[in-house]
Design a protein around this ligand. Structure first.
Ligand SMILES: CC(C)(COP(=O)(O)OP(=O)(O)OC[C@H]1O[C@@H](n2cnc3c(N)ncnc32)[C@H](O)[C@@H]1OP(=O)(O)O)[C@@H](O)C(=O)NCCC(=O)NCCS
Length: 168
C-alpha cells in the first residue's frame, strides 16, 4: 500500500488505497465473493485475482472502517489502450457513488499512462441478465459505448466490449 485518500459519500468516509501484489489479489477475492450473481463461475475469482497481482496493473481498493468494500484494477492492453480488468463494489455499499469514484481514478491513471481510450468487458444485453443490465447502464452513464457483442469468449455467455475515448 503506497497512498491513501478519503472520499466522503453520503456522510461515510471511504478510504482509497493503492494495492500491490498479494494485497490486490486478496482484495479482489474478498469483494468478488460477495457478488455470486456476477462472479459465481468457479474460474472467475482466480482469474480476476491474478489480474490484481500483475506488477504493471494498477489496483485501488476502497475501505470503510478498515473493511474492504470495493476494488478496481486497470490493465494496459497496449500503449494506447487501458482496460478495466476488475471493478466491483460489495452489495451493501453500491449506489452511493463509490463505483463512479473508482472508475474515475482508474481513468485518471489510464490518462497518466498516456492511453487514448479505455475498454471494459461485461455481460452483454443479449444475455438479458437484469444484474448486468444495471452494470451496462452504469458504464453507459460514464460514456462507455458498446463496440461489439459476441458469444465465443465466455462459453454460453454474451460478452460486450465497451470503449470510451479518454481526455474529452
Ligand atoms: C457496477 C458497479 C461497479 C457500480 O458501482 P456503484 O458503486 O453501485 O455505482 P455508483 O453508486 O457510482 O453509481 C451507480 C448508481 O448509483 C447512483 N449514484 C451515483 N452517484 C451517487 C451518489 N453520490 N449518491 C447516490 N447515488 C449515486 C447512480 O445513479 C446509479 O444508479 P443505479 O443504482 O440505478 O445504477 C457495482 O454496482 C457492482 O459492483 N456491480 C457488480 C459487479 C459488476 O457488475 N462489475 C462490473 C464489471 S463486470
Amino acid at each position: 500500500m503506497t497512498t491513501a485518500e478519503i472520499v466522503d459519500l453520503k456522510g461515510l468516509p471511504f478510504e482509497l488505497r493503492r494495492l500491490q501484489n498479494n494485497s490486490g489479489s486478496s482484495a479482489v477475492r474478498h469483494v468478488l465473493r460477495t457478488l455470486p450473481m456476477y462472479f459465481g463461475d468457479k474460474r472467475a475469482i482466480p482469474f480476476y485475482s491474478e489480474q490484481a497481482s500483475a506488477v504493471k496493473n494498477y489496483s485501488l481498493g476502497a475501505y470503510l472502517n478498515a473493511r474492504q468494500v470495493g476494488i478496481v484494477v486497470l490493465r494496459s492492453s497496449t500503449d494506447d489502450t487501458g482496460e478495466i480488468a476488475v471493478l466491483a463494489i460489495v452489495p451493501e455499499h453500491q449506489s452511493v457513488g463509490l463505483g463512479t469514484v473508482l472508475l474515475d481514478r482508474a481513468e485518471q491513471e489510464a490518462i497518466r499512462r498516456g492511453h487514448k481510450c479505455i475498454i471494459a468487458a461485461t455481460v452483454g444485453p443479449k444475455q438479458k441478465d437484469p444484474n448486468f443490465m444495471r452494470t451496462l447502464r452504469f458504464y453507459e452513464r460514464h460514456n462507455y459505448r458498446m463496440l461489439a457483442e459476441f458469444d465465443y469468449m465466455w462459453p454460453g455467455v454474451w460478452c460486450a466490449y465497451l470503449v470510451k475515448q479518454l481526455g474529452d
